[in-house]
Design a protein around this ligand. Structure first.
Ligand SMILES: Nc1ncnc2c1ncn2[C@@H]1O[C@H](COP(=O)(O)OP(=O)(O)OP(=O)(O)O)[C@@H](O)[C@H]1O
Ligand SMILES: [Mg+2]
Length: 280
């Protein structure tokens, strides 16, 4: 079954750069949540903070009621055993074939026999539609297959919480839709809690129970999907409609700068209108 994740006042910076601050929301247990946000808003950093790869500056993360931000490496190990993570780059070991990649967490975290491991690995390969591909190496398969192999590996320990960082990036539209369907089916079958980072609007509009969005170093909102899709908050509307019109620019830094510049231009135009002799 899925675990609840409660996030409160979470803040993360690298040196002087704040990635996001005061992020507060709960991941509802057993449900699918999607995290959106323009590039560079810290979605990957957020997932890595949840699994304990980064320590937050402030705030708390409770997984199934247990505070994890203060845990030591050994205690974190036990928590991680309950999580399945698909990192943005797939993170398969290039020197191992898919079979060994998928078997890795089982060999690392359990005392299962090789015969038991074979049963589980073959089951997960089948689940992601890769039966018979176990002897292939990551470099020999397509990006879409690497994603699915990464997902198979994330599922191998029957996780209660599954975190996926752009599982659909680089996939064609049909495979993206199929992957979304696969995630829904996995959620229905396992009851695990899902948090998925995606840039795919179609996925965001159809798959999750809840949607959250990061923008300009904060969580804009986290709410049920229907509520988010109907929202008239400009950032959400622009993002969910993939529109050029709106506050989001090409880069995060530019967004803030652009707002300031536009404001200056408006003021300059006002000045010009007010006094032609000093106009440009
Ligand atoms: N290990 C690190 N050390 C210092 N800064 C980092 C580190 N990892 C990420 N950052 C910075 O944190 C910010 C957020 O990065 P992150 O990769 O989380 O963005 P993202 O939202 O996942 O973007 P994308 O959609 O392109 O994947 C960036 O400015 C990045 O440079
Ligand atoms: Mg990322």
């Amino acid at each position: 079954m899925g675990v609840a994740v409660e996030i409160e006042g979470l803040t993360k910076s690298f040196g002087k750069q704040t990635v996001w601050s005061d992020v507060t929301f709960d991941l509802p247990p057993g449900e699918i949540s999607v995290l959106l946000g323009p590039s560079g808003t810290g979605k990957s950093v957020f997932l890595k903070t949840l699994v304990g790869l980064f320590k937050p500056d402030r705030g708390s993360i409770r997984i199934d009621g247990q505070e994890v931000t203060t845990l030591h490496e050994r205690e974190l190990y036990a928590v991680r055993r309950r999580l399945g993570v698909l990192f943005q780059d797939g993170a398969l070991f290039g020197s191992m074939n898919l079979y060994d990649n998928i078997a890795f967490p089982l060999r690392e975290h359990t005392r299962k026999t090789e015969a038991e491991i074979r049963g589980i690995v073959e089951d997960r390969l089948e689940l992601v539609g890769m039966t018979g591909d176990g002897d292939k190496f990551p470099a020999e398969i397509s990006g879409g297959m690497r994603k699915r192999a990464g997902l198979a590996r994330a599922l191998v320990l029957d996780p209660e919480l599954i975190l996926c960082d752009e599982p659909d990036s680089g996939l064609d539209p049909v495979r993206t839709a199929l992957l979304g369907e696969l995630i829904s089916e996995l959620n229905a079958a396992t009851g695990a809690t899902f948090l998925i980072v995606t840039h795919d609007i179609n996925t965001a509009r159809t798959i999750p129970d809840h949607i959250g969005m990061l923008y300009l170093r904060r969580l804009v909102a986290f709410a049920p999907r229907a509520e988010m899709l109907a929202s008239d908050e400009p950032v959400l509307r622009q993002f969910l409609n993939a529109s050029r019109e709106g506050p989001i620019g090409m880069t995060e830094e530019k967004d803030a700068l652009e707002v300031a510049r536009e404001r200056e231009r408006e003021l300059a135009v006002d000045d010009y209108r007010g006094d032609h002799r000093e106009g440009p």
